[in-house]
Each structure stands twice: as C-alpha cells, then as structure tokens.
Design a protein around this ligand. Structure first.
Ligand code: 4NP
Length: 168
C-alpha cells in the first residue's frame, strides 16, 4: 500500500503562522513522537497572511515554547490552493481563521476538513478559541501553550479513533 495514503495529514492554521499554528505543529509533533506514531502522521502549519513568509516563529513564542521543551523551527508560509486537497484535517485557531479558510476553500469537498483547535480540548473547555498573543504579554503566550497542549492531546485521541475506523 502507498505509505503516504496511510498517513493522517494535519495542517494547523492561524493568521500569521508565527505564533499559534507553529506552536500547535511543534506540540503535536512531539506528542506523536512520544506515542511512536511519527510514520502515521504528516504535520504542518500555515498562515492566512503572507506578511511573515520565510520567517521563524516569533521570538517570544519560541522562548516560551522552549521553556516547555518545544523547539519551534518551522518557517512561515501562507496556506495555498493545494493544501485543501493534500491535507485531511485543516485546523484553525479562531473564528476569523475558520471564516477565512471557508472563503479560501477551492470547493465544497474541502469544507468538512476544516475544524477549530478548541473542538479537541479535553480540560480547558472554557476557551472556545486560541487567542492571538501577538499584542499580549507573557501570559498570552503561556495561555496559547496551555490551550494547545490540551487540545493536541484531544486531537491525538480523535485521530486514533479515525485511524482505527479507517485502517481496522
Ligand atoms: P499568529 O499571530 O496568527 O498566531 O501567528 C500573529 C502574528 C502576526 C500578526 C498577527 C497575528 N500580524 O498581524 O503580523
């Protein structure tokens, strides 16, 4: 069987692809590695905007993440047409991301792939989005990491269920 077809392909999306979505990418990659499931997943992130294209994640985000053991080293890129076909799950961080993703979706077949990060929260259910930390202080970056760590654990559980149904 084509190994690539057995992978669950997840794209995390935020506005700039320098704070929230690269953090979700780094956290999810670490969780998947912990579970020994690296070969079953393809994980990436992208932004709605291209303002920061080619840049590493925001230095504040990188230093907060590093303190929790995440090395964020992806480069910002805007979401592109092919992503809507390539990925199985396209996960936005807030209402605006979801609205933009629906608007950018090339056709209706991609719409069911779009979901919201906090749909997968296990413990921190009081947050219905991942707040943009760009203009916040340290607490904003810590909150992003708290929400993402919790929601990525929930996302892994959801993926395991989906994979068990798809590849029994
Ligand atoms: P992110 O945060 O969407 O979590 O990467 C932002 C980064 C940059 C900007 C906005 C949000 N910006 O306007 O440049």
């Amino acid at each position: 069987m084509d190994q690539n077809k057995t992978k669950t392909k997840i794209l995390f999306v935020c506005l700039g692809n320098i704070c929230r979505s690269p953090s979700a990418e780094g956290i999810m990659k670490k969780i998947v590695k912990r579970e020994g499931l690296e070969s079953s997943f393809h994980i990436d992130s992208a932004g709605i905007l291209n303002y920061h294209q080619g840049e590493l994640p925001d230095s504040r985000m990188r230093s907060h993440a590093a303190r929790r053991g995440y090395d964020l080293n992806s480069r910002s890129r805007p979401i592109q047409y092919d992503d809507f076909f390539e990925f199985d799950m396209i996960i936005g961080m807030d209402d605006n991301n979801i609205m933009d993703l629906k608007r950018l979706s090339p056709d209706t077949t991609a719409l069911p792939k779009i979901s919201r990060m906090t749909d997968y929260s296990l413990r921190l259910k009081q947050h219905n989005h991942v707040p943009d930390p760009y203009y916040s202080g340290a607490e904003g970056f810590e909150l992003v990491l708290d929400i993402l760590e919790d929601a990525c654990e929930g996302l892994l559980e959801r993926c395991k269920e989906m994979r068990a149904a798809e590849f029994p």
